[in-house]
Ligand binder design. Sequence first.
Ligand SMILES: *Cc1c(COP(=O)(O)O)cnc(C)c1O
Length: 398
Amino acid sequence: MDEKLSKLVQDRVGGAQPVCLFAYDLDRLTEHVRTVVASLPPRCRMFYAMKANSGERLLRALAPLVAGFEVASGGELAKARAVGGQIPVIFGGPAKTPAEIEQALRQDVTRLHAESVLELHRISEVATRLGRIAEVLLRVNLAGPFPTATLAMAGRPTQFGIAEELLPEAVDTARRLPGIRLAGFHLHSLSNNLSAPAHLELLDFYRRTVRQWEREFRLEVEVLNAGGGIGVNYADLDEQFDWAHFARGLPAVVDAFPEHCREIDFECGRYLVADCGRYVVEVLDIKRNHGVDFVLVRGGTHHFRLPVSWQHSHPFTVVPVEDWPSSAPRPELRDAAVTVVGELCTPKDVLAREAPVSRVRAGDVLVFSHAGAYGWEISHHDFLSHPHPEHVYYGDSA
Ligand SMILES: *Cc1c(COP(=O)(O)O)cnc(C)c1O
């Protein structure tokens, strides 16, 4: 744990309320994102997928570093515009309303990612009414077969995108409609991928697929959006996605794209922001039930639903707190495998299972790492009406 976070925790221990906060290290964030963006070859652009975390301070720190923001609702677009009127925004989402499409066009988004034939009609209608032409990518749900290395992650049925077999109709519609200019395709087809070679292979598969469509439909693709989906390894923190490998392999894959393809977009969420955030909670109690050692904390899945949503045990470290201002005996476990749970009245409120600890006591503080993406954002904050955590942003960039 860094010094600043340590001080932040020390300042709060023994206060009126138990420690419970999200801490965001903005220096760590900007350093990571700078490295990622700087290693991209020409034509590649890194957008930030805002749904991973749309906290304003994070967005302000990211805005000068990334190519722009990827948004998937009118609300996210408003947050992007609150940070900067000129920031390039690309607009996706599987069920856009006509009002959102109008908002997007009025607020000058760079492109829309269309997810159905009906949506193409809606976009064209709104654009025509406003006297504009909307630049559009068709989001395609690929039929596969995918390259073997990526099989586990792509090609499942979802509500996203246009089925590949319906592509001829969609391309034809996009070309006919007066309010639309078809610029290319959008192919986000996986989540939390940890393999850099597989990601390169997938991008090359996208290239071959798009080349085939160019021949089939007699068109030139100017923009390919390869989506996000670069992962974080919560199970083994030492084995992360090998970005350096990915960056070394990327130029060769990108060089094989035809010259008329002027832009290859990535829109990553998790990979950019997960690492900068930590969820910090105080241990309220410790008990043993039916042979399991439970550690109960202030907070839980109403703040940090990520582990239940991905059904994993989230990594944490114990920060020992020496003060114990009570006359009651202090519960303590040594060399135990603990299940960390929150304060909700449901057995699903679990943050970590069977996690080995050398010692943990009531009053100690747990620091959950990699909590910056899909943490607070995806949680049901008011279930049981407990207090919300504090959100602290620190670092010289804060
Ligand atoms: C969620 C999402 C992303 C970001 O995904 P990560 O796994 O966080 O990188 C990018 N594009 C689309 C269309 C998405 O739905």
